[in-house]
Design a binder for this molecule. Structure first.
Ligand SMILES: *Cc1c(COP(=O)(O)O)cnc(C)c1O
Length: 410
């Protein structure tokens, strides 16, 4: 699975196993360390195992609907008048996002380890829904921890999880969103040795960042071959949105050795640059430790994880996956922000020009492509459309009713 072994910084990183440069690691108490050691042993044993990979790819094909296509946005590109914009359609996965790529991998590993009780955290509910679906498929018990505030905002996803037999437990501390959900899910995991923690992004203590990246790298393994076949060339730029960073690292991984391909991660700029008004951890954060790993973290004056905000619930996390922090440090990938309003413009543009309603998370990546395309005539930009926007239609509609935004006239 990891063909680019030179990038497996778990072996070569300056601080040893599990590091990407200075980032990553395993900053956890002994009780959790034992559990992670058990997981690491299983992960290393199966990650290149042909039977394991065969079973995973069968699930990708027949349950999730992979490979997802690449789509050329002809009307939108013509309208912008510059670069050609292409989409990697991760929104067409079963359940509407890239999350299942990772969940199926982890759950198959859980099955090999003989675990039958799954625990997960979720923000917007996309990871929770993917986990609930896979748990139903495998016949596993499943509990998803979710902030009380997110439960209120994402009623539909809560119901979808419950319909598929998952128990949704509210996290009631702090901002009552994703960070608190992760805190409580970890506590529940530590309390019960028989559980398996299905982590939803390319972060957390080793081996999660590397493991999740490997499962998500199916995105770029496919897209690289598809793009070559379709255009006889590689994209000049690959763009993906960055919450924790799983769809982005999956989108970048296959191109790391293609130095001519520019890799751009887009962080949520929210409503402004002040702390609390965005969730742009690389752009505005400092190196720190959160949830068992070192990376760029948005911190308040006391060094605690800061409050975060983004219009898209899937992006508002105060940290970022350690491999992105590393790719930023060495300059292989670049990270920029897109604010709420720019994301909303892109949301409408793709809907009107191409008949595809994108997730607000993915709209951040698209917005960047739309911003740079006019100055990139003759170039090709590949945007990862990480999810579909049906889940965001209510939120957009209520902003229109409150006259915060207008339905655009094209
Ligand atoms: C969860 C989610 C994200 C953010 O998570 P990453 O780990 O950064 O990929 C982005 N887009 C969609 C559609 C999501 O569901």
């Amino acid at each position: 699975m990891s063909k680019n072994t030179s990038h497996d910084n778990n072996v070569t990183g300056e601080n040893g196993v599990g590091f990407f440069g200075i980032h990553g690691g395993q900053f956890v108490p002994d009780g959790i360390k034992e559990r992670l050691d058990e997981l690491t042993e299983a992960y290393l044993r199966y990650k290149d195992d042909p039977d394991f990979l065969q079973e995973l790819h069968t699930l990708y094909t027949h349950f999730s609907g992979r490979p997802t296509p690449i789509f050329y946005c002809e009307s939108l590109s013509k309208h912008l008048g510059g670069a050609d914009i292409y989409l990697k359609r991760e929104d067409l996965n079963h359940l509407g996002s890239h999350k299942l790529n990772n969940v199926l991998g982890q759950m198959l590993l859980a099955k090999r380890m003989g675990k039958t009780r799954m625990i997960a955290e979720t923000g917007a509910g996309q990871h929770g829904v993917a986990t609930a679906a896979a748990a139903a498929l495998f016949g596993f018990e499943c509990t998803v921890h979710m902030g009380e505030e997110d439960i209120r905002r994402q009623e539909l996803n809560v119901l979808r999880m419950q319909i598929m037999g998952t128990k949704v437990v509210p996290a009631t501390n702090g901002q009552r969103t994703l960070k608190e959900a992760v805190d409580e899910a970890f506590e529940a995991y530590v309390a019960d040795k028989e559980t398996f923690y299905i982590l939803g992004s390319a972060l957390g203590p080793y081996p999660y960042p590397e493991m999740v990246r490997n499962f998500q790298s199916i995105i770029s393994t496919e897209s690289r071959a598809q793009f070559l076949k379709m255009t006889d060339s590689l994209p000049d730029m690959v763009v993906a949105c960055v919450g924790g960073g799983s769809n982005a690292i999956g989108s970048f991984y296959g191109y790391l050795d293609d130095k001519e391909v520019e890799l751009i991660g887009i962080e949520p700029g929210g409503r402004g640059d002040q702390m609390g008004e965005h969730a742009a951890s690389i752009s505005h954060g400092k190196v720190g430790i959160l949830h068992g790993f070192r990376s760029y973290v948005l911190q308040d004056e006391d060094g605690e994880a800061a409050n975060v905000y983004s219009i898209s619930a899937g992006l508002d996390y105060p940290g970022v996956g350690p491999e992105h922090a590393y790719l930023s440090d060495i300059g292989r990938a670049h990270y920029k922000t897109i604010n709420d309003m720019e994301a909303i413009d892109a949301f409408f543009a793709l809907s009107r020009y191409q008949g595809i309603i994108p997730a607000l998370e993915s709209s951040h990546a698209l917005a960047h492509a739309m911003k740079v395309a006019p100055n990139m005539a003759g170039k090709k930009i590949l945007v990862t459309l990480s999810g579909r926007g049906d889940k965001d239609v209510d939120q957009i509609s209520s902003k229109i009713k409150q006259k915060i935004i207008r339905m655009p006239q094209y």
